[in-house]
Design a protein around this ligand. Structure first.
Ligand code: MG
Length: 381
């Protein structure tokens, strides 16, 4: 076999392995800037690799999920959240005979646009960008892969395939070409749902670890109660730390398996015979059973009321926003403080957008260091 034949073989294997509604790599609508196909990797494998090798991806390790990085070494970061999302989505994708490479690429890129300090950072930036085009992390993820990452002399961005870029439009109404429907794939919707499963489970875990929420408090939540009664029967002598870990594992499994089963039945009922059919369907492609939706909502509400509003989380949030506002104002007041690479973009994008992109790209710790450099009198600049 020639080297040239490797990708073709992988693509042929997809034909036999994939469900009729899965996206086939060779059917991709391709890239904005046409490139020669790789000899061994499919279009989506190549996209995945570009994402992993991007600068934005490496920064995820020092960006907040809920807990600011310096609060502890065991809390989720934006990077571990991304990996958990990816792993859950791939399990679902394999079970439903979908294109796992496409799933992997979308998952790994889905949070690239998050600024420092998680949602707190996003709120601050969107406030500061009012009247200047706004800021939203999903939109920023797409902006990063389409414009800001630099890997090639001939084009800006990572030049990812159409299907991956569309997969990043989680809330299509927030994107510029409003009114234009998102290209629908089961793969993209699996990633959207896996994102929620991942953060629900790991925030619960981190919240318990930080003792911001308690097991007693969780007794109000049906999902928690069901899992505990199962665990008590099976392991009557289990220790607390094990119980927490076991609960999280069982919880992920329940949510994933419910979604796999319900979605399989749902897609069968819809009678989808190809990706084109998906475009005409109204309503979700990926589904959770009605009873599990109710339980998921109940758990989400519990986390909103007890974890995300916990005074220590609110403090972290406020502190993060304060840093961001201060930096933003300082750069606007004296753009001469911006490094040359950012100043170069001012001409192209305007001062507000260039500053916003600069700050959105920062990790939590970079923001803190930069704050010291700008405001601490005896800190080196
Ligand atoms: Mg996410």
């Amino acid at each position: 076999m020639t080297r040239q034949g490797i990708r073709e073989r992988v693509e042929r294997e997809e034909e036999t392995r994939f469900a009729p509604y899965a996206v086939r790599s060779q059917d991709s609508r391709g890239r904005a800037h046409p490139e020669k196909e790789h000899e061994a990797r499919t279009v989506f494998q190549r996209d995945r690799d570009r994402i992993i090798h991007s600068t934005a991806f490496r920064r995820l390790q020092y960006k907040t999920q809920v807990f600011v990085n310096h609060e502890g070494d065991h809390y989720r970061t934006r990077l571990t959240h991304t990996l958990e999302t990816c792993q859950i989505a791939r399990t679902i994708g394999r079970a439903l005979s979908l294109n796992e490479d496409l799933i992997e690429a979308i998952s790994l890129a889905h949070d690239l646009g998050h600024g420092p300090f998680g949602h707190a950072g996003e709120w601050a930036l969107s406030e500061l960008m009012k009247g200047h085009g706004g800021f939203e992390h999903n939109v920023q993820s797409l902006r990063l892969v389409e414009k800001l990452e630099e890997i090639h002399p001939d084009f800006s961005g990572l030049n990812l395939s159409y299907e991956v870029r569309e997969g990043l439009k989680k809330h299509p109404e927030r994107f510029r070409e409003r009114g234009k429907a998102r290209f629908r794939s089961v793969e993209a919707e699996v990633v959207d749902q896996s994102d929620e499963i991942a953060y629900t489970c790991h925030d619960l875990d981190d919240g318990l670890r930080a003792q911001m929420i308690s097991e007693e408090g969780l007794e109000k939540v049906a999902l928690w109660r069901e899992l505990q009664s199962y665990i008590r029967k099976k392991y009557p002598k289990i220790e607390n730390a094990y119980r927490r870990r076991l609960t999280i594992r069982l919880l992920i499994n329940r949510l994933v398996m419910d979604l796999v089963e319900t979605t399989r039945r749902h897609l069968k009922r819809l009678g989808v015979s190809g990706v084109q059919d998906l475009q005409k369907i109204k309503g979700a492609l990926v589904a959770t059973s009605a009873s599990m939706v109710r339980k998921r909502v109940e758990l989400r509400r519990f986390l909103h009321a007890n974890l995300y509003q916990h005074y220590r989380v609110v403090r972290m949030t406020e502190k993060g926003q304060r840093f961001i506002r201060k930096l933003f104002e300082a750069y606007l007041e004296k753009p001469g403080q911006l490094p040359p690479s950012v100043k170069d973009r001012v001409g192209k994008d305007g001062l507000h957008r260039a500053v916003c992109d600069y700050i959105a790209g920062m990790t939590d710790r970079y923001v803190q260091d930069e704050y010291k450099r700008l405001f601490e009198p005896f800190e080196r600049v």
